[in-house]
Design a protein around this ligand. Structure first.
Ligand SMILES: O=P(O)(O)OC[C@H]1O[C@](O)(CO)[C@@H](O)[C@@H]1O
Length: 526
C-alpha cells in the first residue's frame, strides 16, 4: 500500500531539519574538498557522471535524505507509475512516458491496448515514413525531395523537441547523420511564423503539426498561417503536412495531412520528447537510428532511477538535495548552467518540465500544502551566463543552487590553441573555476570585492553530448522532477494553472470584457 502523505507529516522530514547544516565553503576547501570531489560522484551511465561534492550535504544529511526517500516511498511510487497506476490524479490518467523508451515493469494495458506495443508501433511507423522521405519515396507534389522539416507546436510540443534538435544538429552534421534542417514555429506572434516561412523554401518543406489535444489556439492559428502561405505559393497543404496528436483529438481523423502519428493522454506534453512528439522531427532531421540511440540513453537512466540505494540513484539524490535546498535551507530558485552551446535551449525546456510540473500549492488530493514546492528554474549556457547574471549568483543576497552540465569533448571537433589552451579547455576551465569560486569564495577587506562562498552546486560531467547522453540527460531531469513531486505530494502531471489566462484571452478576443480587462484590451488596440 502506498502512503501519499504531505512532506510536513513525515518524521524523517522533521529529522532532516534537525541535522547540522553543512558549511560548503569549509568542506570544499583544501584536501577535504579534493577528497569530496573524488568521492561525491555517481555514474549515471557510461560516459556520464553526477558529481555533488559542492552541495551542502555530508554523511549525516545524506543519511537523513535516505530516510526521507524511504518514508516517502519514492521508489515504490515510481514502480507503481511505470506499472500503470493512475498517478495523474487531477486528470485521472496513467503516466507512461518511460514506456516510450523501454519496459521497466509489467505490461501496461489501457483502453484495451498494450501501451508499450502502441508506442513502439508509432516509432516504427515514423521510422518508415522518415526513411521514405529520405529516400525520395515520399516527396512533394512535383516529385521532389523535401529538404526542410518545420515543427508547429507550443509548450511541450515545441520546447523539448527544439532543445533536442539543437543539441544534436552539429553532432549529426559531423557524424554523417544529418538528413534535413528543422525549424520551429511556436509563438502566436505572427512574426514567428512569418520569419520562419521567409527563411525556408516552402515548396520543399514538410510541416509537422504537433498538438496532443488538437485544440491549442497558438498551434491551430499557426497551422492556418502556414496553410495560407502554402496556398499562396500554389501548393496543396495536405501534401506538405503531417500531424502528431492523440487518437482522440479533432486532428486525428482529418484528411488534411499526408500522415498522422499518435501519442496519447498518458504522455504529458512536457514529458513527450521521447514520444512521437519528438520522434517525428528528430527522425526526419537525423534518421530513426539516431532517435533510437536517444531513446536508449533515456531508458538506461530510467533503469538507474529504480535503484533503492540513494547513493546509486543520481536522479533520486538530485531530487532530494533539491528538496533539502528548497524546504530546509529555504532557497527559492535553481539555475541550470550547461557549458555547451548545443544545450542552449535545454534550460528553456527544463523551465517547463520543472515549473509546470511542480509549481503547485495543493497536494494530489486538492488540499493546500503548508510548505514550499517547486523552485523557479532559469539558466543560460556558460560562459555567456558568466557575463550576464553570475554577478547576482556570486554576490547577491539570495543563494541560488546551481546545476552545471559540462562535457570533456566538443561536438564539431574544430578548435584552436590560443595562449596555450584550446577553446574547449577554456570552457571546461571556466566551469571548474566557477564551482570552486561559488563554493569557497574569497575573503577581501574591501567588502565590494569579497566573495562569501557557500553557494552550492552540482555538475553532470559527460565525455561528449551524443544522442545517447542527451537521452540520459533528459531522463535524468524528468525523473528528478517526478521524485520531487512525490516528496511534495503534488501531482506533477497536470497543469491547471495555465487555464485561466487562456479563458480570459478568449473573452478579450470575443470582446466580452469589463473592468481592468476591458481597459487593457483598449490599451492594446484589440
Ligand atoms: O500539445 P498541445 O495539446 O497543443 O499542448 C501544448 C502545451 O499546452 C499546455 O497544455 C499548456 O498550455 C502544455 O502542457 C502543453 O505542452
Amino acid at each position: 500500500m502506498l502512503n501519499w502523505k504531505n512532506l510536513d507529516t513525515l518524521a524523517s522530514y522533521e529529522e532532516l531539519k534537525k541535522v547540522e547544516p553543512v558549511n560548503v565553503a569549509e568542506v570544499m576547501s583544501g584536501e577535504n574538498g579534493a577528497e569530496r570531489v573524488k568521492n561525491y560522484s555517481i555514474p549515471m551511465m557510461d560516459g556520464l557522471t553526477y558529481n555533488y561534492a559542492a552541495k551542502a550535504v555530508d554523511e549525516k544529511v545524506l543519511a537523513a535524505l535516505a530516510k526521507l526517500a524511504e518514508e516517502a516511498q519514492l521508489i515504490e511510487k515510481y514502480e507503481s507509475l511505470y506499472n500503470g497506476a493512475v498517478i495523474n490524479t487531477g486528470e485521472k490518467r496513467l503516466v507512461l512516458h518511460q514506456l516510450t523508451r523501454g519496459q521497466l515493469g509489467n505490461d501496461v494495458v489501457a483502453d484495451g491496448v498494450n501501451k508499450r506495443d502502441f508506442y513502439v508501433s508509432q516509432q516504427e511507423r515514423i521510422a518508415d515514413f522518415a526513411n521514405k522521405v529520405h529516400a525520395g519515396e515520399i516527396t512533394n507534389a512535383a516529385g521532389e525531395k523535401f529538404t526542410t522539416v518545420v515543427q508547429i507546436g507550443i509548450g511541450g510540443s515545441d520546447l523539448g523537441p527544439r532543445a533536442m534538435y539543437l543539441a544534436l544538429e552539429n553532432w549529426a552534421k559531423v557524424n554523417n547523420k544529418f538528413k534535413m534542417e528543422a525549424k520551429f514555429i511556436s509563438n502566436v506572434d505572427p512574426d514567428d511564423a512569418a520569419a520562419v516561412l521567409n527563411s525556408i523554401d516552402v515548396a520543399h518543406s514538410i510541416f509537422i503539426l504537433v498538438s496532443k489535444s488538437g485544440t491549442t489556439l497558438e498551434t491551430l492559428t499557426n497551422e492556418s498561417f502556414v496553410k495560407d502561405a502554402l496556398a499562396k505559393a500554389g501548393l496543396d497543404a495536405s501534401k506538405h503536412m503531417i500531424a502528431v496528436t492523440s487518437e482522440t483529438s479533432p486532428l486525428a481523423k482529418s484528411d488534411d495531412y499526408l500522415a498522422a502519428f499518435f501519442m496519447d493522454d498518458y504522455i504529458g506534453g512536457r514529458y513527450s520528447s521521447s514520444s512521437a512528439v519528438g520522434g517525428a522531427v528528430l527522425s526526419l532531421a537525423f534518421g530513426p537510428d539516431v532517435f533510437a540511440e536517444f531513446l536508449a540513453g533515456a531508458a538506461e537512466v530510467d533503469k538507474t532511477a529504480t535503484n533503492k540505494d540513494l547513493l546509486k540513484n543520481p536522479e533520486m539524490l538530485d531530487a532530494l538535495i533539491g528538496v533539502y535546498e528548497r524546504n530546509v535551507l529555504g532557497y527559492p530558485s535553481t539555475a541550470v548552467l550547461p557549458y555547451s552551446q548545443a544545450l542552449s535551449r535545454f534550460p528553456a525546456h527544463l523551465q517547463q518540465l520543472d515549473m509546470e510540473s511542480n509549481g503547485k500549492s495543493v497536494n494530489r488530493f486538492g488540499e493546500p500544502v503548508d510548505y514550499v514546492t517547486g523552485p523557479v528554474i532559469f539558466g543560460e549556457p556558460g560562459t555567456n551566463g558568466q557575463h550576464s547574471f553570475y554577478q547576482l549568483l556570486h554576490q547577491g543576497t539570495d543563494i541560488v543552487p546551481l546545476q552545471f552540465i559540462g562535457f570533456k569533448n566538443n561536438q564539431i571537433g574544430t578548435d584552436v590553441v590560443i595562449q596555450d589552451s584550446t577553446s574547449q579547455q577554456k570552457l571546461c576551465a571556466n566551469v571548474a573555476a566557477q564551482i570552486v569560486a561559488f563554493a569557497c569564495g574569497k575573503a577581501d577587506e574591501n567588502r565590494n570585492k569579497n566573495f562569501e562562498g557557500g553557494r552550492p552546486s552540482s555538475i553532470i560531467i559527460g565525455e561528449q553530448l551524443t544522442p545517447k547522453t542527451l537521452g540520459a540527460l533528459l531522463a535524468h531531469f524528468e525523473n528528478k522532477v517526478m521524485f520531487q513531486g512525490f516528496v511534495w505530494n503534488v501531482n506533477s502531471f497536470d497543469q491547471e494553472g495555465v487555464q485561466l489566462g487562456k479563458v480570459l484571452a478568449k473573452r478579450v478576443l470575443a470582446h466580452e470584457t469589463d473592468g481592468a480587462l476591458k481597459v487593457y484590451s483598449d490599451l492594446l488596440n484589440i
